[in-house]
Each structure stands twice: as C-alpha cells, then as structure tokens.
Design a protein around this ligand. Structure first.
Ligand code: ADP
Ligand code: MG
Length: 413
C-alpha cells in the first residue's frame, strides 16, 4: 500500500511526496492505523526503520483535522526524548511533514535561554517535543499546561523509563489527563522495562518487527581484537583507507573523546568531538559540520548513541565497547539508515572481552570476528604517521633524558 491510498489529510500526503516517501516502512504500516484509531501502542522496530514518521504522520493528521481551539499555553501532544539533539531532530521531522498543515510544533530543550521558549509556549503549541529537564523546569515555573495532552509519546522508550529518567517521567505523567493515548517507540526493550511500560498504558497494541534480531539488517557489524594502546593506530588506518567516508566513533568518556581527537590531530587527521560537557552552541555546530560532511570524523560519547539520524554515515566504530549492552544496537544503528547499508566495527581489548560476551548474550548471537594477522597488526602500528619507524629510538632517548632531568630537579629541591 502506498501513502497515496491512506486516509490521511492531503496536506500530509503532499509533504510525504516532497520527502520522497512513497510507501510506508513495516513499522509505519503496522503502527499508523492503530494510532489513528486511538489505541495505546508499544512499538519495537530496528534502528533506522522510520519510527519517527510512524508516530508523526498519524499525530499530524489527527491534530490537523481537529480544528479545536487552542488553550492558552496548553499542549496537545507531548513527545519526550532523551537528548537535546534528538528534540531538535524530531521537531524537524514534524515540521517537515506538517509544513502544509495548521499544526504548531515546538522543540523544548535545555542549554539555551528559556525566555523565547516561554513566550512561544504562551501562544500554545500542538506538538511539544521535549527533553525532561527543561520541560520539568518550565512546568514547575507554571509556564506549561499539560492538562490537555491527548497523546504522550516516549521515543527511545526503554531509555526514558530507565533509572536516569523514570522519576521525571512519573512526575510528568501525574500532570497528564488519565484519559489519554500513550505510545512507546524504541529499537530495544527488556522484560523489566516492558512491565513498567505496561503499567502506564491501557490495553496496548504491541507491535514488534523482527524480534529475534535487534540489530538493523542494513548494518554489517564485526569485532576486531585490538589492545587499548593500539586502538588509535587502527582508527588512523581505517580513516586513511576510507578517506571519503563519514565515520562516527564512540568512546566511553568525554575525556577519552578529546584524547582520541587529539591523537588523530597529531597524525594529521581532522576530527571533531561531541559530548555532554560541551556548550550547547558547540554541540549544535559540531553536529552541523558532521551532517554537512565538512569534517568526516566525529568522536563522541553515548550522548549520540540513540536516535540521531545523519545521512551517509558509512562507518561506525566502537572505539570502546559500550557499557550498556543495548547501546551496542543503538550505536551501530547510526549507520545503515533507511535504505542505506552501513559498516560497524568494534575494537575489543583483552580487558573488554567480558563486555563483548555480555553484548553477545544480549544479541543472542556471536559478533563476527574480523581477523587481523600478526603481520597486519604490527604493520598497522608501524605505518602510523604518529611515530615514523626510525624515530622510535629518538623518542625513547628523549623520554629517558626527560626522566633524568626530572630526577635531577627533585634532588636539587
Ligand atoms: P528510527 O527512529 O526508526 O531509527 P528514523 O525515523 O530516524 O528511524 O528514520 C530513518 C530514516 O528513514 C530517515 O532518514 C527517514 O527520512 C527515512 N524514512 C522514514 N520513513 C521513510 C519512508 N516511508 N520511505 C523512505 N524513507 C523513510
Ligand atoms: Mg528514532
């Protein structure tokens, strides 16, 4: 079935055509009718399969045909997401798909001045896409009326119901009408979170696409055994082998993100860094640069693991294995989006092997091993431009000299 045949407003069909969306994806095909009917839905489908439009299309349709007067400051549909970048991205999808409708859309997130946000909220918005923190603040200050919410959507639902967010979410749900529609969307969910989700909804329709394999079928993923100190050489090699490719690299911490970027700069590879320790302006600028392809290597933390939809990311590298097993699925899912194919490789050191086992247990299967011969391994290190071969001895001498100097200084004191 094509979108043309759907019983949705012409205004939305036009924008779907503008986007080049002809046919619904599996999750869209299954979720849209239930949402239009007013059912609660728990939808699980792989990364990059179009979950955003699966809820945006029916919500835009319902609000477009509603005509009901807007209550001052009241929100009709509340979409909750874990990160600022995701709030921006999903607002954009709603705005694109809703551009010919009369539905008012707003993204609400922290790290920017709140005055403009408060002003816009006073006029009322139909769809509010928000991160919990800023929303919580503005509600507490009385700028946000949630008593008219008809639909609550949790995107990355398992994460939103997880430890870090659940208290905020519960608190917000207390302010919503009991008689509302609730929709959960994610690529992953575990039993515990599923129970929690069920406690928040009424007779939900459960939709799960390919339940046996949470990893997107468009992603070819493997693991390479690389020791901690050698990882940078392998990243360097990958970048040099694929100079035209956009590569997204995940590391464990903010500090490591900066360090890996510095190591790349040292060998003449341009890299940009994005993590939660940066100013919001910088976060946006960096994402923009990477999106446009001005810089092809982005080093980031798990703040970018979920939801982010950047076209043409050919490669994802797990420079460090993720601590949350499900984030393996989300990280590698930043490539192979829509109809595209993608590659992912994880660098696993000896000390990370238990993490790999945990990931494999989570996936219910082994991750394909990329074998590197001893020679190849040594060559990768040797060919790094960081330390040209003949300079090794020089470096060692330098180091020994420095140590001697340091000792001498200490003695003098
Ligand atoms: P998910 O939330 O499932 O990870 P997204 O909603 O971010 O995926 O969509 C992934 C990509 O697929 C986006 O770039 C989007 O534009 C594209 N897409 C969504 N629906 C369709 C469709 N029906 N036809 C073609 N492309 C689509
Ligand atoms: Mg998504």
């Amino acid at each position: 079935m094509k979108f043309e045949q759907y019983r949705i407003a012409e205004e939305i069909k036009r924008s779907l055509e503008d986007q080049g969306f002809k046919k619904p994806t599996d999750i869209q095909y299954k979720a849209i009718p239930s949402i239009l009917k007013g059912d609660d839905v728990l939808a699980i489908a792989q990364t990059g399969t179009g979950k955003t439009a699966a809820f945006a299309i029916p919500i835009l349709h319902m609000l477009h045909v509603q005509h009901r007067a807007r209550n001052k400051g009241a929100v009709k549909c509340l979409v909750m997401v874990p990160t600022r970048e995701l709030a921006i991205q999903i607002s954009e999808v709603f705005k694109q798909l809703g551009k010919y409708t009369r539905v008012d859309i707003m993204g609400l997130y922290g790290g920017v001045e709140q005055e403009a946000q408060i002003k816009k909220l006073q006029d009322g918005v139909d769809v509010l896409i928000a991160t919990p923190g800023r929303m919580f603040d503005l509600r507490a200050q009385g700028h946000l009326d949630l008593s008219h919410v008809q639909t609550l959507i949790l995107d990355e639902a398992d994460h939103m119901l997880d430890l870090g967010f659940i208290r905020d979410i519960r608190d917000i749900i207390r302010h919503l009408p009991r008689n509302r529609q609730t929709l959960f969307f994610s690529a992953t969910i575990d039993e515990e979170i599923k129970d929690l989700a069920y406690s928040i909804v009424r007779n939900p329709i459960r939709i799960q696409i390919s339940p046996d394999n949470p990893v997107s079928k468009n992603v070819n993923h493997s693991v390479a055994f690389v020791e901690m100190d050698d990882k940078r050489f392998f990243l360097e090699r990958l970048v040099r082998e694929y100079p035209e490719n956009k590569i997204l690299v995940f590391v464990r911490t903010k500090v490591r993100a900066e360090r890996v970027a510095a190591a790349m700069e040292r060998v003449g590879v341009k890299a940009i860094v994005m993590h939660g320790g940066k100013e919001q302006q910088d976060r946006l600028a960096v994402m923009q640069e990477f999106r446009k392809g001005d810089v092809k290597l982005l080093i980031t933390t798990d703040v970018n693991a979920r939801g982010i939809d950047i076209p043409n990311v050919e490669y994802v590298v797990n420079y460090d294995l993720p601590e949350e097993t499900e984030n393996y699925v989300h990280r590698v899912g930043r490539t192979g989006r829509g109809m595209q194919k993608g590659q992912a490789v994880s660098f696993c050191s000896t000390e990370e092997k238990p993490m790999l086992e945990a990931i494999e247990a989570y996936l219910g299967k082994k991750v394909q091993v990329m074998t590197i011969s001893k020679d190849d391994y040594q060559q990768t290190i040797r060919f790094s431009e960081e330390v040209p071969n003949d300079n090794w001895q020089l470096l060692i001498n330098e180091h020994e000299e420095a140590m001697k100097n340091a000792k001498r200084k200490k003695k003098k004191k």
